[in-house]
Design a protein around this ligand. Structure first.
Ligand SMILES: [Zn+2]
Length: 177
């Protein structure tokens, strides 16, 4: 399982829904959780490891410690109130940018055993969830920026990548989602 970096084409592809009972989900999610910690991220979406399926794992590293494994997550409700979210992404090493997110969301999802859950989230968790769900729709966070700011972010990213050698993902300043 390898981390794909922007602009890998899989990262801009809309992911497929997981078929109910798909036997590959258990191993996929277990491996993704392992990678989430290995790469020191707060969240990881399946397309980031080359699997174009609607699966995400999240651990915001807040107390109480919770690992969310979500299959086919979808947002049921999103607050009108928006917040500024300062984000990074494992697939865009070194770059950081501020995007707008809903301050709270309610979502439904299946766990790795295909049990249905609903979750109401706010704060960093809500931002993480929106960031990961965007990955499932083929979006990275800089796609949420205005056209001008996005172009600037891509220039900065290209420059940072040229400067950096031997970079290990997720180990720079701040946590990536
Ligand atoms: Zn990301």
């Amino acid at each position: 399982m390898e981390l794909l970096e922007y602009p890998h084409p899989i990262l801009s592809k809309k992911c497929d829904y997981v078929e109910f009972g798909d036997p590959t989900v258990k191993d996929l999610t277990a491996e993704m959780v392992g990678k989430l910690y290995e790469w020191n991220g707060a969240g990881l979406a399946a397309p980031q490891v080359g699997v174009s399926k609607r699966v995400i794992v999240i651990d915001t590293r807040q107390e109480p410690k919770t690992v969310y494994v979500m299959v086919n997550p979808s947002i049921l409700l999103a607050s009108e109130e928006m917040v500024e979210s300062y984000e990074g992404c494992l697939s865009l090493p070194l770059l950081r940018a501020t995007v707008l997110r809903h301050s709270s969301v309610v979502l439904e999802y299946l766990d790795a055993a295909f049990e249905r859950h609903e979750l109401e989230a706010d704060g960093f968790l809500a931002c993480c969830l929106q960031h990961e769900l965007d990955h499932l729709d083929g979006m990275v966070y800089i796609d949420r920026l205005s056209r001008w700011k996005r172009a600037k972010a891509i220039r900065e990213y290209t420059k940072l990548r040229k400067m950096e050698s031997g970079f290990s993902p997720g180990m720079d300043e701040g946590i990536c989602i």
